[in-house]
Design a binder for this molecule. Structure first.
Ligand SMILES: Cc1ncc(COP(=O)(O)O)c(C=O)c1O
Length: 391
């Protein structure tokens, strides 16, 4: 069984904000005394740390797609800038993103009332936490995984249980214990971030049967897995598992991280309830239109997927040949390379040269670099800098 750790329990390493738990004991300085009115959970939490967003860098740190969005997306953007379209901006957007949901439903073989659109899939996650979790409830995740699951739990004062992935040469495997912890919400990123590893569909379906609560499969990177020939998505099973929620994002495979768009798929009665929880106008008018255009351009999408999978293979091969680095089998647009004790030094050295990758000062990850698949010229730049920096 994987190691199990409880977070967000007093005494179990509750992350602390700037004026967090310690300052509750002592009076706050006068200029920040208003902070005492905040919910204790907000003061105690440290907040999500996103990957750095620095312009003019080679950005291989936040798993965006290196290719531009579809030309159709850009032409919709231009149309929306025409004077004749000004009413589109003057008026509120469609609160339930009806056309976007219809387009997505047609493409993914579900019904529009099984789809909810969000301001990024992070927004869909927020809706789920707000809808399902009360104080005293528990969330469970395999670990390490996407850090926002922890942040959202801390924000609501919810206990989150981490169960270590079982790691071996073949990959990262879902720990059996995950479904036996009495959690109301079990979240699995598939492919996982930061490992890019894939859990088989059959394992996740078993988890749905095992859990007396909701199972959220976050498929932020699934398009890369599908393009690579993996039969990996849980989307065809939302009718068979009423407690299953599947998330997708436009931030990765559709090159629209800046527009903020995510989709949630679940049983229709559940989606109807979740619509009550989301912000009224959670997806703006531009994003709804850009999302439809992106979904409709299948050729562009396929081309980006193929180029990314090809480049990932090249990146893996070059880093193995030049530096002997390996990574668990990647089904995403990034790889978690096992670098060794030099990982932090290389991360900082690359950053100094304007090339960003991701490094975490945490157990399991301290000797790794997570590197996003970029364009071939970006891979070349990475290799050149690493050749200079490596001992
Ligand atoms: C597993 C996972 N889920 C969700 C997201 C966030 O997606 P979005 O940009 O749609 O909020 C990320 C972003 O890195 C991610 O890695």
């Amino acid at each position: 069984m994987g190691r199990i750790a409880w977070r967000n329990r007093p005494g179990w390493g509750f992350p602390e904000g700037h004026y967090g738990a310690a300052s509750r004991m002592n009076p706050l300085p006068a200029d920040v005394s208003m902070l005492r009115h905040l919910r204790p959970a907000v003061r105690a939490m440290s907040g999500y740390t996103p990957g750095e967003q620095v312009n003019q860098s080679v950005k291989l740190n936040t798993n965006e797609c290196p290719w531009p969005p579809s030309p159709r997306v850009l032409s919709v953007l231009r149309e929306l800038a025409e004077p004749g379209a000004s009413d589109r901006l003057r008026l509120y957007p469609d609160p339930v993103s009806r056309r976007l949901r219809e387009t997505a439903a047609g493409l993914y073989g579900v019904s529009p009332d099984q789809v909810l659109a969000g301001n990024g899939s992070d927004d869909c996650l927020t809706v789920l936490y707000r809808a399902f979790l009360d104080p005293g409830d528990r969330v469970a995740v395999p670990w390490p995984t996407y850090g926002l699951y922890d942040t959202l739990a801390a924000l609501q004062g919810i206990e989150i249980v981490h169960v270590d992935f079982l790691r071996d040469a073949a990959g990262w495997h879902l720990p059996e214990a995950l479904g036996r912890l009495g959690a109301k919400l079990v979240l699995v990123a598939n492919p996982n971030n930061p490992s890019a590893t894939l859990v088989p569909v059959a394992t996740l379906r078993r988890l749905c049967e095992q859990v007396d609560g909701m199972v959220v499969v976050d498929e932020a990177y699934i398009d890369f897995a599908l393009a690579d020939g993996h039969d990996a998505t849980l989307l065809p099973f939302i009718d068979q598992h009423p407690n299953l929620v599947v998330l997708r994002t436009f931030s990765k495979s559709y090159s629209l991280a800046g527009a903020r768009l995510g989709l949630l798929f679940a049983a229709a009665p559940l989606v109807a309830e979740l619509i009550k929880v989301k912000d009224s106008y959670n997806v703006n008018v531009l994003t709804q239109a850009l999302g439809i255009a992106a979904l409709e351009d299948r050729d562009h999408f396929r081309d980006c997927m193929r180029k990314t999978v090809d480049e990932r293979r090249r990146l893996e091969r070059l880093l193995a040949e030049r530096f002997g680095w390996t990574c668990p089998p990647s089904a995403g647009n990034f790889c978690l390379f096992q670098v060794g004790p030099d990982a932090e030094r290389l991360y900082l050295g690359l950053k100094q040269r304007g090339l960003l990758v991701r490094w975490w000062n945490r157990p399991i990850l301290r000797e790794c670099l997570r590197i996003t698949v970029g364009r071939p010229d970006q891979t070349d730049a990475l290799i050149a800098h690493l050749t200079d920096l490596a001992p």
